[in-house]
Unconditional design. Structure first.
Length: 334
């Protein structure tokens, strides 16, 4: 039996766009409506309107659950939330982000017991994530933005970190960089699988491309990054820095500026998975990462499929992209 996801793939649109065409709850172009209708006719898709309406009535709220010990939620995080909102709010499902400093387990239990949360999208997903286990045991519809590696766990979407690291390292190698500083987040300070996966991926990419790699793990603060820059530039003759630690990378940029060094004239920089500004006017560091709103929308599509009764499992990996903001250039000749 054809599903809404099958229609979306054949029509070349997102599952949420199929929903918009079927419900009329958001305007779409005539060309889009015609493509969707052709796909519906070709596949013989019959939307289960009763199931959709039932889901919309019984699931009114989706909580995007970050880990409660976080010090804050930044603009990068909110891009995932915005993509999720665009995919589910046309069906009357509201998205909210709980905040607090209580134990993650107690806070989650309170949300479920109070019925404030009808469904959940988990962020900061850790291996064998305890939140996922609790929600599944409580029969709360759950989708991951991340990977827990749990057998028979919730369905999810995640970035392909191996491709992401390879894109960034290959970009620098193609420019002529052979000694690269990898300034990574201290993975012991955060259980999230993403940062551990990024660290493993950049090590593998460095070996694969034969670069001289200097690896530094540092806390999430500007001072830690600034210490990596001296009057000559980056340590051990490195000509470029790759980092998934935005605060430390900002420290590198600030220290370079204070010493009269420039990006990309004196050193190149690539951010992994996060948007980082390199100037006061808002110019950005070249980034390798995913389309965050699109990934959030994919998570919303998975949730809607789940609410329509489709059985899903596993995690779909999303290909990354490189956005060249001009913070990289060939290194100066030695």
């Amino acid at each position: 039996m054809a599903t809404r996801a099958d229609v979306a793939r054949l029509a070349g649109v997102s599952p949420s766009t199929v929903t918009y065409v079927l419900t009329g709850q958001r305007s779409t172009t005539r060309a889009t409506r015609e493509r969707v209708q052709r796909a519906i006719d070709e596949l013989g898709y019959r939307p289960n309107r009763h199931a959709s309406l039932l889901a919309a009535r019984s699931v009114r709220t989706v909580g995007v659950l970050f880990r409660m010990q976080r010090s804050g939620i930044d603009a990068n995080d909110l891009e995932y939330v915005e993509g999720l909102r665009e995919s589910v709010e046309p069906l009357g499902i509201q998205v909210f982000v709980p905040v607090g400093r209580r134990s993650s387990g107690l806070a989650l239990e309170g949300l479920v017991r109070s019925r404030a949360l009808d469904a959940a999208v988990l962020m900061d997903v850790a291996p064998d994530d305890e939140r996922e286990e609790y929600l599944l045991n409580e029969s709360v519809p759950t989708v991951l933005i991340g990977t827990s590696h749990r057998t028979d766990g919730a369905p999810g979407v995640d970035a392909d970190f191996d491709q992401m690291a390879d894109l960034g390292v290959r970009h620098l190698v193609d420019l002529g960089h052979r000694r690269i500083l990898f300034l990574m987040r201290d993975v012991h300070a955060d259980r999230s699988n993403a940062y551990m996966a990024q660290s493993r991926a950049v090590r593998s990419a460095a070996r694969r491309h034969g670069v001289k790699a200097v690896f530094r793990s540092c806390p999430d603060n500007v001072i830690a990054g600034a210490r990596e820059v001296d009057a000559a530039g980056l340590p051990e003759g490195c000509t470029a820095v790759v980092s998934n630690n935005p605060h430390a990378l900002e420290g590198v940029i600030a220290a370079a500026w204070a010493r009269g060094l420039s990006l990309p004239g004196d050193l190149s920089a690539v951010s992994v998975g996060l948007t980082v500004a390199r100037t006061q006017s808002g110019e950005l560091v070249t980034e390798v990462g995913v389309d965050r709103p699109a990934l959030g929308s994919k998570a919303g599509g998975l949730l809607l499929q789940s609410l329509e009764g489709e059985t899903m499992s596993g995690v779909e990996l999303v290909a990354p992209r490189l956005i060249d903001h001009g913070s990289t250039a060939p290194p100066h000749p030695a």
